[in-house]
Design a protein around this ligand. Structure first.
Ligand SMILES: CC(C)(COP(=O)(O)OP(=O)(O)OC[C@H]1O[C@@H](n2cnc3c(N)ncnc32)[C@H](O)[C@@H]1OP(=O)(O)O)[C@@H](O)C(=O)NCCC(=O)NCCS
Length: 331
């Protein structure tokens, strides 16, 4: 296709979905050798949501998608594409995006999953917005969802206190140039793959009695290395995204970082040189919800009035891979 001019792309509706069950730090004190005090001071997390046995990533994704469509005023049959960013799909195949497509009844929509761990929502927004910008599609649904509670080793105190389950979704549609997404920065460094992974369940180590006995279907993480990487990657990506958008740091209205650890967010904030009141944090309620973290925070920031028309917002994230991503939006 020959393109004369790319269109602007904006978020026209956001939705979120949270499991009902709340797991507090006090609850965790009864499960592993930890304390509310340790978790709060080391991470900032107070509680997280846990999916019920009959819930999965697609059930959360579907609820968030319905709310986003309703807020955007779009019917499922108008959707051209559904991208689900997740590392915890319902199953290896078919994709969770296909399950969401069927659940919504979005007959015309193409659908696929995208896996970039906690950076997934920004990656998926970058991919989805290309289709809208080029004019190939009008309406793209992007969902960030993870149910990491299903893959946590509940005897490993160094990881089980960190994660929670959630989904959040956004509808992307055409906008006048200069509105909506102004820039995207995406990156990866696969040499970091051993620092954060779930080793078994794929083609390298298919499920077997041995892999289950060795707990290789749960999250393995070297927290300190991930921490250091996260601070550098998120800060640099956010700054690059602002520069690409032609904005200075002091023009930024709100920074929405991936909600993994309050100390990581604070270090990123200082590196970027942004005031505390311009940083949105909700991780005390949800923990690290992986691909849902950034859109969940974005959705709450809009609901709570931190973002208004014209606000300049930066989203920044990092995750397993390693991956990182940032984008700048004029709301
Ligand atoms: C995991 C993390 C909170 C650990 O914090 P930390 O300050 O680095 O703590 P350390 O790993 O150095 O551990 C310090 C001590 O606390 C202990 N500890 C670990 N988890 C604990 C818990 N839940 N409760 C109590 N003690 C704990 C460790 O065993 C260690 O004890 P030791 O000194 O006797 O060996 C931190 O490294 C982190 O947030 N990393 C990034 C993780 C992340 O964001 N992952 C997702 C990426 S998307």
């Amino acid at each position: 296709m020959i393109l004369e001019k790319l269109r602007g792309v904006r978020v026209s509706g956001l939705g979120k979905s949270l499991p009902q069950k709340v797991l507090t730090n006090k609850d965790l004190e009864n499960m592993v050798n930890t304390s509310d005090q340790w978790i709060t001071t080391r991470t900032g997390i107070k509680e997280r949501r846990i999916t019920a046995i009959d819930e999965s990533s697609s059930t959360l994704a579907l609820r968030a998608a319905r709310e986003a469509l309703q807020k955007a005023g779009i019917k499922p049959e108008h959707l051209d594409l559904i991208i689900v960013a997740t590392t915890t799909p319902d199953m290896l195949f078919p994709s969770t995006a296909c399950l969401v497509q069927a659940g919504l009844g979005a007959q015309k929509a193409a659908a696929f999953d995208l896996e970039a761990a906690c950076s997934g929502f920004i990656y998926a927004s970058a991919v989805g917005s290309q289709f809208v910008a080029t004019g190939m599609f009008e309406y793209v649904l992007v969902v960030g969802v993870d149910t990491l509670s299903k893959f946590v080793d509940w005897e490993d105190r160094s990881t089980c206190v960190l994660f929670g389950d959630a989904a959040a979704a956004a509808v992307l549609e055409p906008a006048p140039c200069g509105q909506g997404f102004l820039s995207f920065v995406l990156g990866a460094d696969g040499s970091g793959c051993d620092y954060l992974k779930m080793p078994a369940g794929g083609s390298l180590l298919p499920p077997s009695h041995e892999t289950v006995a060795a707990k290789l279907h749960t999250i393995k993480m070297k927290g300190n290395e991930v921490f250091r990487f996260a601070v550098k990657a998120m800060a640099e990506a956010a700054l690059e995204s602002l520069t690409c958008a032609g904005l200075r740091v002091d023009e930024l209205d709100l920074l929405i970082p991936h909600q993994a650890n309050y100390r990581i967010i604070e270090s990123v904030r200082k590196r970027i040189g942004v005031l505390s009141e311009k940083v949105f944090v909700n991780l005390e309620k949800y923990g690290n919800t992986s691909a849902a973290s950034v859109p969940l925070a974005l959705s709450e920031a809009v609901e709570e009035g931190y973002i208004r028309e014209g606000s300049k917002v930066v989203l920044t994230a990092f995750g397993a891979g390693f991956t990182w991503a940032a984008c700048t939006i004029r709301w």
